[in-house]
Write a protein that binds this ligand. Sequence first.
Ligand code: ADP
Ligand code: MG
Length: 357
Amino acid sequence: MAYKSISEIGEFGLIERLSKIAAPTMANTPALLEGIGDDCAVYRTGGGSVQVATTDLLVEQVHFDLLTTPMHHLGSKSISVNVSDVCAMNALPEYALISIAVPKNIPVEMVEQLYQGMAHAASRYGVAIAGGDTSSSPSGLMISVTMTGKADERMLTYRKGARPGDLLCVSGSLGGSAAGLKLLMRERDFMLEQLRDNQPYDRELMAELREYSEAIRCHLLPEARIDLVRFFHENGIVPTAMIDISDGLASDLGHICRRSNVGAHLEEGKIPVLSEARAVADEMQDDALSWALSGGEEYQLLFTLPKERYDDIAGNRDISVIGEILPAGEGLLLTDIFGMTIDLEGTAGGYDHFGKE
Ligand code: ADP
Ligand code: MG
């Protein structure tokens, strides 16, 4: 048998193959409204209410570097990324189960700091940490959080409901997480260089990190947009489709398009870019807009809404309309600030853990 390397098919290719193997287990489960393929699994629990469940794994050296990540930030982030997936279903989070694999050289106090960050974030979101599992790890820290949430079935929002003509909307501003990551990587490389050369650590770069604290915060301490879900619920707004931006705007829009069988038209000039991200990009001679398009780990919500419902969101200054949903087959079009239109399909990029673009 010829073996295929995972990087040939990429992370999404692998998930697709695995979900085919798992599919028969979901054949006779009428209460399961959504299995693999959305931000959460969704199942009926009786009495008109539904639960959602999601899980996310954070692995040292893949998702975080302990040199640049304080433990309590890491704890907070591991909760927020799961809350974000629950929010992407227009649901509210309830319980978390937390599994950790800890290398023997990490002291107890550091693990406690991790948990203090988790507990702090969990109480802010109204999540109860109700269990988990603990193991040693031969190589690096791993944190797996599983979270459940609940929603009224009528409020649930999937990736698959976008319709041609719908407005494409995004919360907050983008590019900050990528900018923060670039700054932290530069800091880490500099720190390692100085250590190698046996020089005292130069604090000058730290000052620069403080100057860009918002971008760093976007990366280290992202906040799930539970406030937006509450806004939707209070105003009876049910987006036709929604996803949280964890892979990157273009890539996650691609997920909505595939699941909804539609195309989309994005207008570059309407994409809200964090002003600090622009400043960092200028300094690094990079392009903040491309960070906003393909930078991952933003945890903003990308959603679609029928045009007639525009008035529902018009007053919310934290929501930007950045384009429109197109009929199937029209591609994933991007009109740049000069009016040139290109098709992003197949080039959307985004983050893939096995290195496939
Ligand atoms: P997200 O970025 O929202 O966390 P992912 O890209 O990680 O979503 O996953 C996409 C879908 O594939 C989700 O529905 C998730 O539950 C499912 N999935 C990912 N990995 C696996 C796996 N190893 N086995 C089964 N389902 C998986
Ligand atoms: Mg998600």
